[in-house]
Design a binder for this molecule. Sequence first.
Ligand code: BG6
Length: 507
Amino acid sequence: MSRAANPLRDPRDRRLPRIAGPCSIVLFGVTGDLARKKLIPAIYDLANRGLLPPGFGLVGFARQDIPADEFPELIREAAKAGARTPWRDTVWNQLAAGVRFVPGEFDDDAAWERLAATMQELDEQQGTGGNHAFYLSIPPAQFPVVVQQIERHGLAEEDTGWRRVVIEKPFGHDLASARELNTAVAAVFERHNVFRIDHYLGKETVQNILAFRFANQMFEPVWNSHYVDHVQITMAEDIGIGTRAGYYDGIGAARDVIQNHLLQLMALVAMEEPVSFNAESLRIEKQKILANARPAPRLDAHTARGQYVAGWAGGELVRGYLEEDGIPTDSTTETFAAVRIDVATRRWAGVPFYLRAGKRLGRRVTEVAVVFKRAPHQPFSKNDVEELGQNAIVMRIQPDEGVTLRIGGKVPGTAMEIRDVLMDFAYGGAFVENSPEAYERLILDVLLGEPPLFPQHEEVELAWQILDPVIDYWAKQRTIDTYTSGTWGPTSADAMLARDHRTWRRP
Ligand code: BG6
């Protein structure tokens, strides 16, 4: 429902929708999985919501040879298959007028000349205003050549309008490679024109962590080691690696999602209040956390990793990781990773952050659980409280978006029996607005030149600095634990928490 149609909207609220100005996006890797499933549908949805300008261009640059006249149809099919808003031919027709395809290898200068000519043609005929965003949805090994070609062909010069580069993860595979990539990008684009995508930061529920913490009075006073026992951050997926063997094998769960999504979530949960919500203030606070975060010293005891084997998931019998197409039968890539992170600040000293992520787990759920210490004194008998757990605030990132408070409540009856009960805030019940897809929000922010939701290179490098020792330690192991698809990971993950006298939540 639009803001205007929202019956609960305060009529004095005159905030205008954020609409991008004239511009075009060049999509590198346009035939890839991410572009087809997420980026193209998000662009259509933005157009459908009226947030793209009439003068908009979408240029695909890819190595795969597609006849230029078939390209718009390819885009149309991807948009139609993945769109979250209703399909409207009028919207598509307007978008299609600015769709172009430039086939070519990334090192082929002639193809880049064709790209430059296409951009100019769009500016003149489609009214894209000389503003160009270059979206790199390609493997990181290809970033340097593409960025250099952009410069070589004069496409980064802000002579007619702005020039921005958008970079998809993985941003390197360790600290050293991330630094190299950052240097290559910084040689061509100024800092404020580089937009690194971590799509979790585009999710409403992730932004709500800041609203929850800093717009309310009642949580911040207990948000520290005096009250908090530990924090669990879980990103569980029920899917396997699907058709992404080429990307995933050799990368694994830690590099794929802990280095970026989970450490960003941790930074948002742990950081001090920023002086404002501008990009710089947010970056400063997140960076302080990442700079002071380290894996717990005993990597053997405080990390766990595993690989899924065949089992039942989502009601069907699924094959194991080593049986997936394109995976070497001796691969030791982890599809589940868990690590304990300690944050050495006054607020968090002694409060472990347990991060875990995995594929083919029990169900799809991402959540942050802040688990509190027990009350120092309970004037009840042991029997009264034997079913009482620890208080917790659970921020449900997806799919059932909301926040739950777990507290103790008296069981109705003549005895004083206390048990855990849940207080629940659910997005679906509280708001009439639908959450936009993360990529819609992020693409729009790129086009508007608004950087708060994009990690800067310091954050990316600090995240590698945290994870590198863990990855190096795992690389020395010859074997990897396994877990049955549809379960909650290897037993070593349970043992890891048991050593600290804790257990993982079963979300
Ligand atoms: C991506 C990872 O960053 O996030 C994928 O590369 C993962 O492996 C995906 O499946 C999950 O995203 P979401 O938004 O569905 O939680």
